[in-house]
Design a binder for this molecule. Sequence first.
Ligand code: SF4
Length: 555
Amino acid sequence: MATPTRQTPARPARVKQKRGEGQWALGYREPLNPNERSKKDDHPLNVRARIENIYAHRGFDAIDPGDLRGRFRWFGLYTQRKPGIDGGRTATLEPEELDDRYLMMRVRTDGGGLTTAQLRLLGELSKDYARDTADITDRQNIQYHWIRIEDVPAIWSRLEEVGLTTMEACGDSPRGMLGSPVAGIAADEVLDASGALAEIRRRYIGDPKYANLPRKFKTAVSGLPDVVHELNDVSFVGVEHPEHGPGLDLWVGGGLSTNPMLAQRLGAWIPLDEVPDVWEGVVSIFRDYGYRRLRSRARLKFLVKDWGPEKFRDVLENEYLKRKLIDGPPPVDPPTPIDHVGVHRQKDGNFYVGAAPIAGRVSGGTLVAVADAAERAGSRRTALTPLQKLLVLDVPGDKVDALKAELAELGLQVEPSPWRRSVMACTGLEFCKLAIVETKARARQLVADLEKSLADINAQLEVPVTVHLNGCPNSCARVQTADIGLKGQIVTDADGRQVEGFQVHLGGGLGLDAGFGRKLRGHKVTSDELTGYVERVVRNYLAGREPGERFAQWV
Ligand code: SF4
C-alpha cells in the first residue's frame, strides 16, 4: 500500500496589485510624499506674502525651512551653493549644509523678448543686488546669484514696473515658456505664435489652479522649430496644413534628466487661437493624472510613456476639450539647428543681430551696455534664445556694422568661432547645490583652448559640433542631445586620484538627428583632459566623415 502523501492546501492565487501612482483623478488626494504634503499644507503661491511681510524684514534665519527649500521656488528663488564645498561632497551632506545664505533668482521672460528698457533694468538690478551676475539660461530666463532675502521685495517691485516677474519661474508649476525670439519678424516662420504665448501667460500664470502640478511643466510655442520642442512637456510648433493653412503641431511628454524621453507627437493640428485652450487641457491632464507618489516619476513623460500618444489625445479630446482635434502633418525639421546667431534680414527689411556669449554668461554691466548699444542702433527690442544667445531686433541695415563692433567690444561676437557658438553649460558647481563639477568656467576655458588648438580646421565645420556641459546627472544643459554631451561626475585619473570629470555621451541631437547620445561604457574624461579629448574626437570626425555627413550620423 502506498504511503499516503500529505497534500499542501492550495494557496489563493496572488493578484499583483499595481500600487497607486498618486493620481488625483483616480482618487489619490492624500499627499504621498513630503513635497506633496508641503503643497497641500499651504499653497506655494502664498509664500510671496511671507517674503514681503516677514522674511525680508527679519532676515535669512527667520525663513521657515519648508518655504526656503520648497515654496520659494514658485517665485524663482533657490538657495545657492555655499562656496568652498567640493563636488565630491555634494551627495554626502544634508541640504542645509550645502545652503548658502544667498539666493539664486530666476526672472521669466516668456518667449525671450525684452525691450531695451527691460534689458537695462535687468542689468541694473544685477549691479545693485546680484554682484553683477547674470546668466542667460537655456529656457530664456535671466538668472541672478548672491541675492539677499532683504532685497527681494525691492527687486520684485522694480521688475514689475517694467512688466517682468519671477512668479512660477521654478517649482511644480508652468515655468518660463519658450517662444521664438524672432516671432513676428522671422522671414521663414510659419506664423507668429507670440500672441498665443502671451495669452497663456495672461490667463493661467499665477492662477493657483495650475500652480500645484506633480512636477515642473515646460512649455514651448513657436512658429519656427527653434524652441527645442522635443524636450518640453508640451510644445506647439508651426506647421502648414495642406487644407487648413498655418497652425501648430502638438507634442507632449518631452524631458531629459534620468529616464530621458523625446516628446511625442499627438498628430493634431491646432489653430493659433485655440492654442491656449489646448494648453489648458494638457496642463490639466498633468495636474489630474500626473504621478504624485514618487518625485522621480512625476514628470509628464512618465504618464505619456504609459498611456501612449493615442490614449493621451483621446483623454485630451474627450475629457478636457469635449471635441475632436484636426489631424495634421509634422513640422519640417531645419537642416541645421536654428540658433539665430549672425545677421538676418527681417520681414520688414530691418535686421536682427544674434550674438554668442560663452555658455550664456554675461553680467549686469553687459546687459546695460547691450541695451545702450541697441538703442544707438535704432532698436528698442532684444531677445534671449533657448540656446543661451542674445539678439538685438529691428536694426536698420546701415546700423548693423556699428552694432556688431559694439557687441564684439562687450565679448558678444556676432560671427563667433564654432566653439563659442556651440558650447552650452548649466550653472554647475559655482552656485548649484546639486553640482558635482564646475561648468561655466570650464566652458570658457574649453572655448578659448579649442579656438586655438582647432584653428586650422574650424572653417571645415559647416555645422558646429555642439558640446554641452552638465554639472551633475540632471540635464539642465541638455547633455543627451548634444553631439558631445558631458555629464559631470567624479572620475579616477591616471594616478588613481578622484577628480572632477565627465561621462561622455556622443551623437545626440534634435530635429533631423533627434535622439540621445550614446553613453559609451567607461568613456569618461577628467576635466583637465577635456580639451584634448574634444580635439581628438573632432579631428577624427573631420578625417573620417563622408562628404556632408553630420556628427550624429558619423558617430
Ligand atoms: Fe545644477 Fe545639475 Fe542642473 Fe547643472 S545639471 S544646473 S549641476 S542640477
